[in-house]
Design a protein around this ligand. Structure first.
Ligand code: ZN
Length: 309
């Protein structure tokens, strides 16, 4: 399985349009020690001919143009992107789907509740249904593995197991609407099983870690994990209010209840943080937070990382 990490930032990217935090302002002035980042986007393939997107970021157009393996082939309309798996209805995870309209056929794998939010409550997504055979929607369920749609070879070689990792719908979904949906379908993580036998974990937003999830994570060869915030009150300090990281559905990286500590006993997988918010101090490669992460055996993904499993 070929894994291309096209973008690594949380919603808003890095720098973010309305943010003058220490990180964002230093990136703009050229004084930051570290990389700017587009919003999280991963693409996987078993043959490098046909690609499946894990979520669809608002930066997808730029990410496609920056990576020639995603360019159209031939002389007319075409795309190597054959499918998308959505793990939530968060805007930074699904807005890119609208960029894939243009009458292009695409397979969309999504939990029934997320599909209802997009297709019943947000009429713009009907642009993916302008003609027969454009977007084809496939329902997925937490705990039930499925084969990703076949690539050019006609054989699907990647199996995907979705797991519930949070029960909170995005804030644009009203409480009344959320009550009509399955809580366990709100936010998923994915375990992708390659033909080689190796496993990739894709967990960009995790609200809590329980023993069952730890067992799944221990079975992985590579873990891509939620690195949104360094501390629980990170955004409150910058915005003078708002929600904590936990309230937003993200375990912070640091502290006794953070992911560095909670996942410190994982022995097997190579551990890589993705979905990193622009305010997170671990983005600064000269800072003590970056050093702490690296000394703990973790990596911090940058746009353009490539993995083979
Ligand atoms: Zn910022």
């Amino acid at each position: 399985m070929h894994v291309e990490i096209l973008g690594t930032a949380a919603g808003g990217a890095f720098p973010q349009w309305n943010c003058a935090c220490r990180n964002c302002s230093r990136v703009r002035s050229g004084a930051f020690s570290g990389r700017a980042r587009t919003q999280l986007q991963v693409a996987i393939s078993s043959d490098r001919v046909s690609w499946c997107l894990l979520n669809a970021s608002p930066d997808l157009r730029l990410q496609i143009e920056s990576n020639s393996f995603l360019h159209p082939r031939g002389r007319n309309r075409d795309s190597p992107i054959s499918s998308v798996v959505l793990t939530s209805a968060d805007l930074d995870q699904c807005l890119g789907l609208l960029l894939l309209r243009e009458l292009q056929p695409i397979e969309v794998f999504v939990a029934a509740s997320i599909g209802r939010i997009l297709r019943e409550d947000n009429s713009m997504f009907s642009m993916l249904q302008r003609r027969q055979g454009q977007a084809r929607w496939h329902e997925i369920s937490p705990g039930t593995a499925f084969k990703l749609f076949p690539g050019a070879s006609g054989q699907s070689q990647i199996e995907c197991l979705p797991l519930t990792v949070a029960m909170r719908y995005p804030s644009y979904v009203t409480a009344e609407r959320a009550a009509q949906l399955e809580a366990g379908e709100a936010v998923l993580g994915l375990i992708l099983h390659a033909q080689s036998g190796k496993r990739l974990g894709y967990f960009p937003a995790v609200a809590q870690i329980n023993p069952a999830l730890l067992d799944h994570l221990e079975s992985l060869d590579v873990l891509l994990f939620d690195g949104a915030f360094w501390t629980d009150d990170e955004l409150i300090k910058i915005q003078n209010g708002g929600q904590t990281a936990f309230q937003m559905g993200h375990i912070p990286v640091s502290s006794a209840t953070g992911s560095l500590d909670l996942l410190s006993k994982l022995r097997c997988p190579r551990k890589i943080f993705v979905h990193i918010n622009n305010t997170n101090p671990m983005l600064d490669v000269t800072g003590p937070e970056y050093r702490e992460v690296r000394d703990s055996g973790w990596e911090i993904a940058e746009d353009g990382c490539h993995l083979e499993l």
